[in-house]
Write a protein that binds this ligand. Sequence first.
Ligand code: ADP
Ligand code: MG
Length: 269
Amino acid sequence: MTRIAPGLDEIAAPSPLLIVDDVSIGYRTPAGWLTAVDSVSFTISAGERLVLLGPSGCGKSTLLRAVGGFLKPSTGVILFRGAPVIKPGPDRMTVFQEFDQLLPWRTVLGNVRFALERGRGLARREATEVARDWLGRVGLTRAVDAYPHTLSGGMKQRVAIARAFALQPALLLMDEPFAALDALTRRQMQDELLGLCEETGSTALFVTHGIDEAIRVGTRILAMTPHPGRLAASFDVPVETRERGTSRFAALESHIQHSVFAERETEHA
Ligand code: ADP
Ligand code: MG
């Protein structure tokens, strides 16, 4: 499989790829100002897969949306390739948790092709070829002419993943893409995603509430705690730890659980 070659601008771009510097993000609510993300700083270098891990409500989606350019930090700055993030772009494609992120009036092929025409400016013929290739890689060759409403949740997420990879974004953003899937499909899709990321050398920011998922897909994990959302700890995931069912995997899972989340569980018990 071909590695996604970096463009010239990428080679010249300053490292790291993404800098999140002292970012706080709040929402105006009927009950007053709600700080969803509080003074968060981290960086992502090319080739890394950084996972934001934490329970529901700790600000993971808020942070991801800010990196995607969908919302503005209240304070602090987000630099992508050295420039402040001000709007969304195909260089930061997002895969969302919801199954309804595809255009319902376009076929599977049409969804990916349309994104390629718009996002990479490909002519229809080339866009069709590239789309077919990526849909094949996620096992959807036979579903290219289907409409989204006829697909299972797992298949819809596969289309969204194929579409995101097809655009060759410098940074892939994923917000719990497997959270609504059954456990068996989720595992399979984690493995497939890991394979695609490794084959393409993709850089990713992945959000999840599952410790096992974080270890499986990430090269580094940032654990977050809620009220307000803050970074609590950072964990590197060595290659040999990524293998499910091994003692290393179980040890890291238990270490993260006990060092970050155990105390909170008893707090709420
Ligand atoms: P997570 O993705 O980790 O579950 P979110 O980023 O969705 O967390 O939410 C963080 C906090 O911000 C939560 O308390 C949530 O209720 C609040 N929040 C999220 N989106 C909005 C919004 N659009 N308006 C008001 N509050 C919001
Ligand atoms: Mg969320």
